[in-house]
Design a protein around this ligand. Structure first.
Ligand code: ADP
Ligand code: MG
Length: 386
């Protein structure tokens, strides 16, 4: 699938600049098995890079200006590297300007380059095309100008670039885009950035994403509100248990013992967080033991936590998960990503995929008048220089 993308991107580069690219980079999107809304709460998450990528082609142009073409949008822009970068009204360019700013702020020196890029990661569906864009640009510029940058720092600079664009995201997306390994999930400690790989063998089940094709506008405001609610809850926990430094140190019993000290909404949010961190640990054990049915049950628990306690679901996602819960061929399902739209991640019995897809798409179309999309994803390598 990516061979065609690489060929097309290379051909577009040659047509645009009259030469062959000096560097070609593939930068993947990501899934997250479990541990949702946990990266910014300093707990554990379980993401993996996938076989959907942005392909970038680069060359030096021996000037102080860079020209970047987004093939999919049929748009291009130029940036003068001698001037301080400023936010632009054209959103996609800001991710790239943010990356250039990060490199400059961190003292890396580089000169003008030409770049074209094209993608098969669905945009805005929660597969983190934005992190793929940031990390691929960073990787490519580093390769072109022989800059030595550790993978971890690429992820951190990508995250800061996204903050500059205006999304106060955690580290998970950039980290998994850079550190992914084929057929492995990454158990990442978002507090220390320590990580370990676990085999991603789902045995008799296929990993399939269902794209609700909706994105409700609540997303950004509610995301920032959840961050504040969790900060407030953590402060109260710390006041009662001074030994607790972050949510991962807090047991459910400790939290329940101070329920009446918190506003009920804040309690629901932090109750979800404490339970979800424990679910990530259980999910890793289930994967290691080949107990995929248990993993599936944990996914459902996460969804109902996200829906009822963390309140980041919507009618479309709830319907998809409720339908999965009633279907014997689907052993686990939950909303994946920030919520209010985007995808659900599902474990579907091998051999039943087509039947499940038919049933869900008919039901979804009948209920919401919207076409449901499916992505069969394969867990793959992180950002790669070809
Ligand atoms: P997600 O990361 O879940 O896909 P975001 O809203 O965080 O969704 O990021 C999507 C944004 O990233 C797009 O609006 C666009 O600005 C930029 N982007 C992603 N893929 C591309 C692409 N192929 N071409 C141009 N811009 C892209
Ligand atoms: Mg994103």
């Amino acid at each position: 699938m990516n061979d065609i993308l690489i060929q097309d991107t290379t051909a577009f580069f040659e047509k645009s600049f009259g030469s062959s690219p000096q560097k070609t980079v593939l930068s993947p999107g990501r899934i997250n098995i479990i541990g949702e809304h946990i990266d910014y709460n300093d707990g554990y998450v379980l993401p993996a890079a996938i076989d959907k990528v942005i392909c970038f082609a680069f060359e030096k142009n021996n000037s102080k200006k860079s020209k970047i073409i987004a093939i999919d949008l049929n748009e291009e822009f130029e940036v003068d590297l001698t001037q301080e970068v400023q936010l632009s009204d054209v959103v996609w360019t800001n991710y790239i300007l943010g990356v250039i700013k990060q490199l400059q702020d961190n003292g890396f020196s580089f000169e003008g380059f030409n770049c074209v890029f094209s993608s098969n990661i669905p945009v805005g569906s929660g597969l983190s095309s934005s992190a793929a864009l940031e990390c691929g640009m960073l990787f490519g510029i580093a390769a072109l100008f022989d800059l030595t940058i550790a993978k971890k720092d690429i992820a951190l600079m990508g995250q800061k670039a996204e903050h500059w664009v205006g999304i106060n995201c955690g580290i998970m997306d950039q980290f998994s885009s850079v550190h992914g390994i084929e057929d492995k999930v990454i158990k990442l400690d978002c507090n220390t950035l320590e990580f370990e790989y676990h085999d991603a063998n789902f045995k008799d089940y296929s990993l399939i994403l269902m794209d609700s094709n909706v994105k409700h506008s609540l997303f950004t405001s509610e995301y920032n509100t959840r961050r504040l609610e969790c900060e407030e809850g953590l402060l109260i926990i710390k006041n009662h248990f001074p030994e607790i430094k972050s949510f991962r140190d807090c047991t459910e019993e400790q939290l329940l013992s101070i329920e009446d000290k918190m506003n009920p909404t804040v309690f629901k949010r932090v109750h979800y967080v404490v339970k979800e961190i424990n679910r990530v640990i259980k999910a890793c054990e289930a994967l290691d033991n080949g107990n995929i049915e248990l993993l599936g049950a944990l996914l459902f628990e996460t969804h109902y936590g996200l829906s009822q306690e963390y309140a980041v679901s919507c009618a479309e996602l709830d319907m998809l998960v409720d339908t999965a819960k009633e279907d014997d061929s689907v052993i686990g399902s939950r909303l994946m990503g920030g919520g209010f739209g985007g995808c659900t991640i599902n474990l579907i019995k091998k051999g039943c995929e087509n039947e499940v897809k038919r049933k869900f798409s008919n039901l979804y179309l009948d209920t919401f008048g919207i076409e449901l999309k499916f992505y069969d994803v394969k867990i793959s390598n992180g950002t790669t220089l070809l």
